[in-house]
Design a protein around this ligand. Sequence first.
Ligand code: PHE
Length: 341
Amino acid sequence: NVQAALDAIAAAGDLDQLKQVRTAHAGDKSPLALANREIGALPPTAKAEAGKRVGQARGRVGQALKERQAELEAERDERILIDEAVDVTMVPGRRPLGRRHPIEQMGRRIADIMVGMGWEVAEGPEVEAEWFSFDALNFDEDHPARQMADTFYIDPPEHGLVLRPHTSPVQARAMLERGAPLYVACLGRVFRTDELDATHMPAFHQVEGLAVDEGLTMAHLKGTLDRLASELFGDGIVTRLRPSYFPFTEPSAEMDLRCFVCRGTDPDCRACSGTGWIEWGGCGMVNHNVLRACNIDPERYTGFAFGMGVDRALMFRTGASDMREMIEGDVRFDAQFGMEI
Ligand code: PHE
């Protein structure tokens, strides 16, 4: 009987089990308690002997219970320490931070650079009057850009509203609103009826620069572009001008960027196809007709203007080969750049 109790105590695996064992082997209804009670009914001669044996048995069981209790409590405490340990070196599962879209970051960088040169920032509407988009900018009545094929017209077309196909209408707005002298940069979204592919998007972004002052020449234009290019793409990245045509500038030029990957040294360069130059936008001296349409005296003032693709600049900077990646809204594309654009 005592041995059965001792075995049960040793076998108890946790404090709950030990409690049951205690009730069964040392509780009021246990055989030992019964035996204890029966001692009183024994003849006096047997009492002392029986009392001693039962007392010893109860003592052994009680002691075993006490020891096992201490053991199990120590085990439990140790387990709690392990279970509830705090790993102070663990990396916490943080909520990822939001960040500005890379195109937005690129625009802000460009704006910062222009503001650093003392220019102001201007904005204009995306749904723009045909007059600002074309007429004020010296476009012919039948210029191809006016055809529905290139420009999105807002219904009904007689209202003369378009989704602006470039940021140049802001030139006219700025001259009319602010007058000369004037140094403004305009960033914004523009729209053309282009099919979406790796290098074209029907909605994209431009940065427009316009300076109007006494004595401005193409040298000022070139200097401004070179400064912008080297701030954006690295020291020593310069621009090249090639003769071109825009209705609102005369003379006009296409602007190329010195290849910022090979700097013109690698005939197999993927960024510039080995030409050493990357096309970036258009520019020129503001056409006198535009100055006049915007109430600025061309006898006194001259101006230069440029316009280029923000998305293209971002492509250059990130090495993205497909523009669609930049606008599809997959945060994994955006997140790889953090706030480092
Ligand atoms: N607006 C022209 C374009 O979208 C770029 C440009 C801007 C050219 C300013 C000359 C001066 O292609």
